[in-house]
Design a binder for this molecule. Sequence first.
Ligand SMILES: Cc1cc2nc3c(=O)[nH]c(=O)nc-3n(C[C@H](O)[C@H](O)[C@H](O)COP(=O)(O)OP(=O)(O)OC[C@H]3O[C@@H](n4cnc5c(N)ncnc54)[C@H](O)[C@@H]3O)c2cc1C
Length: 395
Amino acid sequence: MPRLSPTPHIVVVGAGAFGGWTALSLLRRRARVTLVDAWGPANSRSSSGDETRLIRTVYDGKAPYVDMAIRAAQLWRDAEARWQREVFLPTGVLYLFADDDGFAARSLPLLHERVVDIQVLDPREAAGRFPQISFADVRIAYFEPGAGVLLARRSCELVRESVEAEGGTYRSAQARPGSIDAGRLSHISVDDGTTIAADAFVFACGPWLGPLFPDVVGDGIIATRQEVIYFGVPVADRRFDPASFPGWLDFGAGRWYGMPGREHRGVKVADDMAGLPIDPSSMDRLVSAEGLARAREFVARRFPALARQPVVETRVCQYEYSPDGDFLIDRHPQAGNVWLVGGGSGHGFKMGPAVGEYVARLVLDDASPDAVFSYAHFSEGRMRVRGTDRRRLHS
Ligand SMILES: Cc1cc2nc3c(=O)[nH]c(=O)nc-3n(C[C@H](O)[C@H](O)[C@H](O)COP(=O)(O)OP(=O)(O)OC[C@H]3O[C@@H](n4cnc5c(N)ncnc54)[C@H](O)[C@@H]3O)c2cc1C
């Protein structure tokens, strides 16, 4: 592929965590950038919607993700300083294990090597430190003090504002790729009937990446329904504020996670098991009675003070699962100037700024992606899982 000119025009489709940060990183490396989104940054249909997301570096011993999360954490801090707006709540993240703690234990050597503080707590120590949490069925816990909570919707909007403030263009429009000729894409079409030509194109379309590229992505990325429930806290009870309550992941019967509320929104609780496949454009976002009941049962067991508290808000989002839960960050196999960026698989938000930096390097420096993010890896996984129950695969 010929190297791009020093100031190429690049269209980025999708202003979620991946696309927004990619647009900003490309701009900061002197590209001319047009960012396009159908419904807006962190809109209610997108995977980056909702108020908050966890950032952590414990990653099941997977070095590329540990390194990316460490880099992302630095870039989030830089962004906060630049914006002079809070986007990171330093709550720490607590990992609770009823039995097998491999997810954290496998990461320990990597974290120690990279000097990331991670504390191993027995249930008694943990209960002394976090009295609002019941550790009755917990065998071992880990606490990562440098981890925390990101303000998701706010940061996506700040990224979009920065794109415009730093010379990029933002367009609110639905895009379709034009036809690929001689291994290149020359333009996208948008819904007002116009086209946008560019030297290169990045499609960071979250759960829409499969439908947009049915042949090369297609059912390799599936969108699964995920319910999020916010429980109220007792009057004047400060134990669930970000200053006293950490983000947490619970590996017991099922897999749950959550975080303190911000701006008095209640405690966020969500089931991490993949739900049924959905259409992100048309799904009604109403939680199910069954999901509510399971969340309430879990909350009563883990946070006894919240057992009788009402549900104060709910959301329904989707994970955009790749075959192995790995990101897809690579060239389109038939178009050298088109990049496919997606497969966040329920853990992508935190990585936004690092993914943006990474994609800018691939596009502008003609670099090759790590094997784990490559189209070859994605495609091999797609063939392997075809016809299997993808929900079970990820549970
Ligand atoms: C309930 C839930 C909890 C999560 N928790 C965490 C967490 O704690 N930590 C974490 O790191 N990650 C978490 N994630 C995962 C993370 O949120 C996603 O991986 C990430 O937000 C994906 O970002 P994206 O930019 O790829 O996709 P999206 O945010 O979906 O962005 C895609 C954008 O593309 C636009 N678009 C699509 N098609 C077109 C088109 N044709 N033309 C124009 N625009 C288009 C859409 O409007 C959308 O804005 C969670 C996800 C969910 C659903």
